[in-house]
Design a protein around this ligand. Sequence first.
Ligand code: SF4
Ligand code: SF4
Ligand code: SF4
Ligand code: FES
Length: 937
Amino acid sequence: MTLLKEPDFGTPAVAGEAAVSLEVDGHPVTVPAGTSVMRASALAGIDVPKLCATDSLDAFGSCRLCLVEIDGKPGTPASCTTPVTDGMRVRTQTPRLEKLRQGIMELYISDHPLDCLTCSANGDCELQDMSGVVGLRQVRYGYEGSNHLDAPTDSSNPYFDFESSKCIVCSRCVRACDEVQGTFALTIDGRGFDSKVSAGGMSFMDSECVSCGACVQACPTATLQEKSVVSLGMPTRSVITTCAYCGVGCSFKAELRGDQLVRMVPYKDGGANEGHSCVKGRFAFGYATHPDRVLSPMIRESITDEWREVDWDTAISYTATKFQEIQERYGIGAIGGITSSRTTNEEVYVVQKMVRAAFGNNNVDTCARVCHSPTGYGLKQTFGTSAGTQDFRSVAQADVIVVIGANPTDGHPVFASRMKRRLREGAKLIVIDPRRIDLVRSPHIEAQHHLQLAPGTNVAVINAMAHVAVTEGLTDQSFVDDRCEGFDEWAAFIARDENSPEALEPVTGVPSAELRAAARLYATARNAAIYYGLGVTEHSQGSTMVMGMANLAMATGNIGRDGVGVNPLRGQNNVQGSCDMGSFPHELAGYRHVSDDAVRSIFESVWGRPIQPEPGLRIPNMFNAAIDGSFRAMFIQGEDFAQSDPNTQHVTAALTAMDLVVIQDLFLNETSKFAHVFLPGTSFLEKDGTFTNAERRINRVRPVMPPATGKHEWQVACDIAQAMGYPMHYDHPREIMAEIAAVTPTFAGVSFEKLDKLGSIQWPCNDNAPEGTPIMHVDAFVRGKGKFVPTAFVPTSERSTRKFPLILTTGRILSQYNVGAQTRRTANVAWHHEDVLEIHPHDAEVRGINDGDQVTLSSRVGETLLRAILSDRLPVGVVYTTFHHPITGANVVTTENSDWATNCPEYKVTAVQVGLRTPATPAAEPGMAAIPVTISD
Ligand code: SF4
Ligand code: SF4
Ligand code: SF4
Ligand code: FES
């Protein structure tokens, strides 16, 4: 395995159709019109020397090293900024060009510390390379005059240094921050000799920088360099793999030196990210080798006992025996298992198979229950498949982008950068969110409409938008007539006065005129796309809202081509995959109901075991049954229920009531306090398999190092099943994928071999689409006709009251991830070391709360402590927090309310009260989930 160096063609590819033919140093080449001479030369196999150009950025033309001669053109134009023309004859290497380039390099080198042998970029420096390429043999100018050799180094960022004495002011970093990331944190200050890169006149850490690493990636010298490279040296080999954080699913080159991971470099050929990254995937991988990792299995008889380390055989046989004893005593339905959206498709598949074939029941559910289960339900009802409609690339064709209940710059940052690029190009933006997220106004972007609705009124807003489309004649009737069913009934419902923006304004808080304008903008766009997140799904009407968005998209013909669609931004890296793999109690892999005899028989013939035709228990049902005493044991793969699920007291009561709780995870966590068996899991760096991202893109996860635990996670489920008497064995995860493909029509064409060949595949992949399906429902919906479903608005029962007059809504921030188990064990804590409560200054003032005060946050189910931050991002009456830190225990206050169709918890609406913490209020114990209290409303 060697270090993979991707080619750099100097300027971006051009999509133009017209072909232009030219000759470079006598070599013919044909390229799309608009291509630069530099790129055409590179495609002809001739690399023109360059410093300020790189193919992820638009040409800039500042270094002048890429000069060429062109027949019939005077002078020596820069090849990076000169477009090709038909019949052009280019010379890249002549005595005149040599001399000019040497002169340019001489100037650069005369103001550069020539410490190449001890420089961290030695061997990976374009300045060094170009000196060699242009044949620089002497530098006539000494260091006597003015220079920048004493310029300071900024080490404030935890992950990279800015050694400004090495800067050649090529501006690649500034342009990467602008064009690729879209943060505009850097500028070139000063002019001429005084020009220097500046992070707004302050340190990187204090600046607007979000630590995405794009500037580090773009820098041709050691000026912007990963600290890990400075301390460990240049990597020598790389492995292509996939980020383990969010549902964007970015591809990375894991670059190693020996067995040590030095850095993660975003992979240019990654279909989801095309060479970009965020701070988490790029830098926050240290948790994988953190000393807190549990590497040996542990058991204990009682949760009050100390943990006892045991070998794998003992742990497996203990677990299997206990499961069997419980089933013998309480029945086969007394146990169940939970799959994790943080594990691979193959690992999820074997866990649900273990439950169905070895446990003999359908008591399997997934952590996706608490985030995107309404997406699965709503899109299946309307479109026929439980997944988003587009690939990420599609956003580049959208003219109107609607972001509902999502905060992409924090939650899905790499996709947000793609979206922001399109917005800078002129697409219009509608944000529907109670909170003023960054996208509403950020550099060079301003939303046309921010519909700042009251939490819990999504359905009212989407119905009102559809009302405008229907009653103002803005629907796409030919699309509806050709491709959909149920329109007339739905249109009659939606046209009722009760669904008008005016009638709903008192409920939603959204001015009717603004809502009408937003609806018209969406409905009349050439291409309008909806992107949404947990602010849509985590509501009592989560599924209704998903169907409401699908209705609106169908009614306006915004389905089935580039630039449109209904697109869930998935939270965890493999939340799509965990749902695809049959993790729900009512569905087998590929979203097929367990009651379908034909479907069951496919699995039964491959698995050799009968499958129960009745759906099993969902997570909340398991907890309720545990408290009732009929559900006694649970296998939990990578899910920290005691921190991430709502109504923590109820969850912990259920966990305490069980006879056996088996956890498979990287670290001891809040839930493991209630566990009897701890089976160490593997990090993404050790896994071998696939993740499926929010675009249905199946990406390979390749092992960078062997499992630190001595066992792959998929082997553990197999071993437990085996020990319970069900033979389940694979030699390699590719065999698991082969089985998935054999039993799942949408995966029929997927194999590790094909993934290695194509890089990634978007399902469905089968005989009809052998290389996958980037855009769904192109000619027809998966269910045949798209189905309109009336979506009556039913207000949540969770309302503000005299006792709990505020509404709490929750979200996430860029640097932390979910319950923080990974990111809290990295230097990302530098940005977010605690969860805080955002409260409107008016609400704070009436409670005597100042910025930074400790406050109590209480609901009818519990109370916790937080620091308050005054913020006018929220309307009066709404407060906001994140749930990344266990000490906060934000879910102590969230209630048991859930989506009517899927039981997805209503995290986004909780009636609360906030009060100044008095000296008498006991402090939360570190690591404990705050103070459970019982309060009756
Ligand atoms: S790390 Fe990213 S956000 Fe920060 S300056 Fe560099 S490109 Fe800009
Ligand atoms: S920091 Fe690097 S990329 Fe930025 S101007 Fe200097 S040399 Fe160029
Ligand atoms: S956007 Fe998501 S998948 Fe991409 S690097 Fe960041 S956390 Fe990883
Ligand atoms: S590479 Fe063309 S001007 Fe710098």
